[in-house]
Every structure is written in C-alpha cells, then in structure tokens.
Design a protein around this ligand. Structure first.
Ligand SMILES: Cc1cc2nc3c(=O)[nH]c(=O)nc-3n(C[C@H](O)[C@H](O)[C@H](O)COP(=O)(O)OP(=O)(O)OC[C@H]3O[C@@H](n4cnc5c(N)ncnc54)[C@H](O)[C@@H]3O)c2cc1C
Length: 520
C-alpha cells in the first residue's frame, strides 16, 4: 500500500521549502521530494573547485520579506549574513567609479545635477513601489468581482494609487508601462549612472532598457528592498545555500519530511483530481494535494498527462516565454582582484559593468538571434572578501551574473561556451587588469547548463519571463494566477507563479495559504 500524505511538494527550491514549512506549521503532513542530491534549487551553495564555494545561481539576497524570515525563524535556523546593505559600484575602464547607496550617487562622473536627480528619482520610485508593494506580495487578485474579498483587493490597489495624490498618481500611470531608457533620460545626464541604475530592472530578464515594462520591473526590485527589513542587498554567510538550509530547518522543525535524490516523473490524476506522484524509481506516493515547485512548463508538459488538460491551456503553457538570458560565472583567483578605482576594502560591494544603457542594449540584441554578445554586462561579487570560509586562504572566489547569454542547444554548445568564457574574461580584464593571470579555476553556467543542472525549463531566472502578459493576474497564465491548477488538488508554488522569481519565498508562502484555504 502506497504511503499517504496530506501534501506532497515537488521540488525543494526555496519556494517549495517555504510552502512546506507553511503547511507543516498549520499542522498538515508534508513530504518534499527534491530531484537533486542537494536541496535549495537555484538557491544553493556549491563547490566548483577544491575549497572554492559559491552561490551557484542566486548570489545576492534582497527581496525576502522580513516577516517571513521572522515567522520561520531563519536566524534561529542558522541564517546569518557576511555582508548587508552593500553598496553598488559601477566600474569604468578609466577607473572612475560611481557608488550608489540609499538615496546617494557619488563619484567624479556624477554632476551636482545628477546627484540631486538621483535623490529625487529614488524618492519617486520608493513612493511608487510602496503603493504597488501589496500587489507584488499578496496572492494575485482575481479579476472576477464576485466576492467582497475580490472587490476589496482591487479597490485597495485603486485607493493606494489614488492616495499618492493627483500629481504622483498621474506620474505613476504615465511611467508604469514605459521603458526605463526613456525614464532615466528624463532624470539624468551621466551615461554610466543610467547604465548602473538600469541593471536593477534588467537582471534575469529577456529584455533591455528599451523594452516596454522595464519601469515596472524596476519598481518590482525597489519593492523588494522595502520589504527586506533593512538588510538591503546582502550576502548570506556560507552562500545562498544558507537560506535554503535555514528553510529546511524551519520545515523540518514544523514536521515536514524532506527527501533528496527523489525525482518525480508523473503527477497522478484519478477521478479528475491529483492523487499523488510517481518517482523515477517507480515508487508511488499518495497525497490529497500535490504542489509543484517545478516551473509551469515542466509541471504541465512533462509531469501531468495532457489527457487531463484542455488543449487551449496546453497551448498557453507551451508558448510561455522561458528562455533564460542570464549566465553565471565563477572564478577562483590566486589573490584579490584589482578592479580599477576599487580599493581592496571595497571588494565587499556589488560591482556592475554596464557602461551605459546603449551598451546594455547592444549586449542584449545578439541574444534575440541566439548569438553571444561581444561585450556582456555583469553583476559581480567577490563573496570571499566578506566571507573567508568560501575560498582557500589567500585566494578569492568571484561570482558574477553575465548577460545576455542565449539558450544554446546547438551542436556547438561546448565550443560556444568555451569561446564566450574568453569573451567574458576579456571584458573583465578591461576593468580589472591582470585578472586573467590570477584565474586558478573557472566555470560558466549558461542558461542551457542551468536548465540541465537546476531543472529549470530554459534556465530562466524567473521560470517564466516577468513581462506584462505574464504578470500579476496573468502569471504565468490567467488560469493559474491563484496557484490552483485546473485539476483539483494540484497547485503551483514556484517562481513561475505570481509574484515571480528572486529568492523571496513569497510564491511558496502564498501557495501554502491557497492550499489551506482550498481544503482537500
Ligand atoms: C543565473 C541566476 C542568477 C540569479 N541571481 C539571483 C540573485 O542574485 N538574487 C535573487 O534573489 N535571485 C536570483 N536568481 C533567481 C532565483 O534564483 C530564482 O528565482 C529562485 O531561486 C527560484 O526559486 P524556486 O524555489 O521558485 O525554484 P527553483 O529554485 O528552480 O527550485 C525548483 C526545485 O524543483 C526541483 N525539481 C524540478 N523538477 C523536479 C522533479 N520532477 N522532481 C523533483 N524535484 C524537481 C529542482 O531540482 C529545484 O530544486 C538568479 C537566477 C539565476 C538563474
């Protein structure tokens, strides 16, 4: 007789773990089944060379709600920070850096007018993000207004926008669908400053500064900073795996069971409702509810038989945009890297290579045609500068997000990856002369590698592109916006759901609420 649980969560990414912790804390039985041997999904620490450890995908924590961290006692479960409230330093080939911190922008390249404009820009964006924040955090509102709760959710959004006052309300409605390129041009003169700001909106997406909706994704990022309880941009001690480790602690303490090396091959549907799962070992496990942390494409195109799904629904899932454009570079260096204009004491900052918005756009363009950029843009950290446990003594690890890298499944994939690694090192050399000669080990994970290693379709940061047509009550498609699938007892809890990706646990928390509300 198969073992029976109230809930089975497919996938032990940070959202699956958050969901499991929420359900277990409500007194329900939960089993998490993770395909990989390591827990955490894209929020994991791993050794890529002897003694050299990095956050394998996500490397900076900036969007997790402070109340979630308290609720699950992540600190008590081992989460600590090697760095908090990190500065953003925009690098330049000339060595003239720009430092962004809070409402200040400083550096020789920042004119007085730009410094004042940055304070004003920051104030405006904080104001707008605050009005939208609940929408980025709550379960997506239903568009039907059948119940008072649904009416109140939509009314609440309208009221918050109205409360901005006539001037700011109009301004928000004017800019919300705009592209960041045009908006930043309205505020600033400095090309380098605009490039540095734009990166916050563009990391992880298949879009450039000129793409429609990039103002919205900027506000999404700012809302994350507002909810994180003052940690700003932070490096978890021991890498991002420490966040997942703390979530495992919280879930287990509440009674959840977690199994790794347990790949689900099928979601079983009986009498029109989810009945359990089958593993690659052939083992069957029964449950009242199945909650998938896997991305929507994997969940509905691989794990559920299409016989149980409407053809229109399947078509929408197939057409979801999920081609990742962010790669991850890991380097082990024989000493501290020497970035132009950055003292060794400044290596604990978040370093940006994005000389301007045109350069970002130029890096983005080739990826549309599955080509690699000649001058990629990067978000770089040197985690060992703040956490010496990550590298052998005297050595340093570099962890960098590299954009824009196509999803390459061509026969030349390996050669292309090797050639592109050289391109990235060339780009780094321009900003950190001598870095090439310091490299003891290097790895570059392309979106295709991320798909293979982390089980994410397309290797996409957000599982599904964070664009208007897959945002809010459309995410990932309207029929799934409240986490519930068209099959009774089947739910989604990962980054592909509203409100999207980043290590924040909101999708997992909201999915648990929906499961509890839906009953079995
Ligand atoms: C290159 C890169 C850099 C990033 N940098 C940052 C960053 O700095 N900061 C930030 O906040 N975010 C960052 N992100 C985004 C962030 O990592 C993700 O949005 C987030 O980790 C997604 O979490 P999740 O739990 O929803 O899904 P995942 O982490 O993808 O977890 C899903 C889990 O399900 C498992 N699974 C899948 N299929 C099965 C199956 N059939 N059976 C069993 N298990 C299965 C997978 O193995 C995986 O563990 C980055 C992403 C990428 C790709």
């Amino acid at each position: 007789m198969a073992q029976r649980y109230q809930n089975i969560v497919i996938g032990g990414g940070h959202n699956g773990l958050t969901c499991a912790a929420g359900l277990a804390r409500a007194g329900q039985s939960v089993l998490v089944l993770e395909a990989a041997e390591d827990i955490g999904g894209a929020a994991r620490t791993r050794e890529f060379a002897p003694g050299a450890r990095v956050s394998a995908c996500a490397h900076l924590l900036h969007a997790m709600p402070a109340d979630l961290a308290v609720e699950l006692d992540l600190a008590g479960n081992g989460l600590d920070y090697a760095a908090q409230d990190m500065r953003t330093v925009s690098l330049s080939e000339s060595g003239e850096t720009i430092v962004l911190h809070g409402s200040t922008a400083q550096g020789k390249a920042v004119s007085e007018a730009d410094a004042a404009a940055y304070a004003r820009f920051n104030e405006d964006m904080q104001r707008f993000a605050k009005a939208l924040r609940p929408v980025f955090e709550d379960i997506a509102p239903e568009l039907s207004i059948e119940t008072w709760r649904q009416r109140l959710t939509l009314l609440g959004l309208g009221l918050r926008v109205r409360r901005l006052g006539r001037f700011h309300m109009r301004e928000l409605l004017r800019i919300i669908g705009m592209n960041l390129y045009d908006l930043l041009d309205e505020y600033f003169e400095s090309t380098q400053l605009k490039g540095a700001i734009a990166m916050d909106a563009l990391l992880g997406g298949e879009w450039g500064a000129r793409s429609m909706g990039s103002v919205l994704t900027y506000l999404y990022r700012v809302a994350g900073y507002q909810r994180n309880g003052g940690i700003g941009v932070a490096l978890p001690k021991g890498g991002m795996g420490a966040v997942s480790g703390a979530l495992v602690g919280a879930a287990r303490a509440a009674g959840a069971e977690i199994r790794t090396g347990a790949r689900v091959t099928q979601i079983l549907v009986e009498n029109d409702r989810a009945a359990g799962v089958e593993l690659d070992s052939g083992e069957r496990l029964d449950a009242d509810c199945v909650i998938s942390n896997a991305d929507p494409k994997q969940t509905f195109l691989k794990l559920v038989s299409v016989d149980h799904l409407d053809t229109g629904f399947v078509r929408q899932i197939k057409n979801l945009r999920s081609s990742g454009k962010a790669a991850k570079l890991h380097l082990l260096l024989e000493g501290a890297p020497r970035f132009k204009g950055v003292e060794e004491s400044g290596l604990g900052s978040r370093l940006i290579i994005a000389p301007g918005m045109d350069e970002i756009e130029l890096a983005f363009n080739p990826s549309k045609y599955r080509e690699y950029p000649a001058a990629p843009v990067l978000e770089i950290t040197v985690p060992s500068a703040s956490d010496s446990s990550l590298a052998p003594q005297g050595q340093h690890v570099v962890s960098a997000v590299v954009q824009y890298v196509p999803y390459d499944d061509s026969p030349d994939e390996d050669a292309n990856r090797a050639a592109f690694l050289e391109t990235v090192l060339d780009q780094l050399e321009r900003y950190a002369p001598g870095i090439r000669g310091q490299v003891l080990a290097a790895e570059l994970l392309t979106p295709r590698d991320i798909e293979r290693e982390f089980g994410i379709s397309g290797g996409h940061w957000h599982h599904v592109e964070l664009v208007f047509e897959s945002f809010l009550f459309n995410r990932p498609i309207p029929a799934l916006a409240q986490h519930q699938a068209p099959i009774a007892g089947l739910y989604l809890c990962g980054a592909g759901c509203h409100p999207g990706g980043n290590v924040m646990g909101i999708a997992g928390r909201n999915a648990a609420q929906q499961v509890l509300k839906g009953g079995h």
